[in-house]
Design a protein around this ligand. Structure first.
Ligand code: ATP
Ligand code: MG
Length: 184
């Protein structure tokens, strides 16, 4: 064993995978970011795009932003969210997709996480078929991880690995509030 905790494993990891974490249970974003941490530990380059409004701070953003080998972007940053303007949400989602789809096409990162991408598709901000095509035509060896509830059937069909989180219990149902370090 080397002293270095990081053991770069590239190149030659073989064809990349499309991974989908979906379902109503908690753990989709957590799983995707856990995978990202594992990849960083392997010396891989990781791109994370969160398709959420970026005005709230989260533990994961604080942790990953500025970490070596990681590009961590939040869709909403750079936009103002004064009103619940749907056309603004749509423009932000499309801008986020433009950046992250370029990563995937060009192989800018070994692993690309598209967190909550399913919402951008399900709200009609992004075209489902165009997304599917980019995910399938990804650069060799690039792994893509998509998260979000209600993943479209075409994404599930295109994926190599799909896990559905099932809500068995969630404290929110009993009125317990979101917890720093656990929920955000
Ligand atoms: P996490 O980010 O904790 O891994 P997630 O990505 O699976 O959760 P999302 O649908 O993105 O879940 O929702 C994010 C927020 O909603 C989190 O604060 C999470 O605790 C909460 N949440 C997730 N699942 C449930 C549920 N079944 N009931 C109530 N709240 C939930
Ligand atoms: Mg999530």
């Amino acid at each position: 064993m080397s002293d270095d905790a990081r053991e770069p494993s590239r190149p030659g990891r073989g064809p990349g995978m499309l991974v989908v974490y979906t379902g109503d249970g908690k753990g989709k974003t957590t799983a995707a970011l856990g995978l990202a941490a594992r990849a960083v530990g392997r010396g891989l380059s990781v791109g994370v795009m969160q398709f959420i409004k970026g005005k709230w701070s989260t533990g994961e953003r604080t942790f990953f932003v500025g970490l070596d080998g990681v590009e961590f972007l939040v869709m909403g940053l750079g936009f103002t969210w004064d009103s619940d303007d749907i056309s603004r949400d749509s423009a932000a989602a499309r801008a986020a997709w433009e950046t992250s789809s370029a990563w995937i096409r060009e192989g800018a990162h070994d692993v690309v996480v598209l967190d909550e991408l399913t919402y951008a598709i399900n709200y009609g901000f992004l075209d489902e078929e165009s997304v599917r095509r980019v995910l399938l035509d990804r650069a060799d060896e690039v792994d893509v991880v998509v998260t979000g509830r209600s993943a479209p059937a075409s994404l599930i069909e295109a994926a190599d690995l799909v896990t559905e989180m099932r809500a068995v219990k969630h404290p929110f149902v009993e009125g317990r509030r979101a917890r720093p370090g656990i929920d955000y």
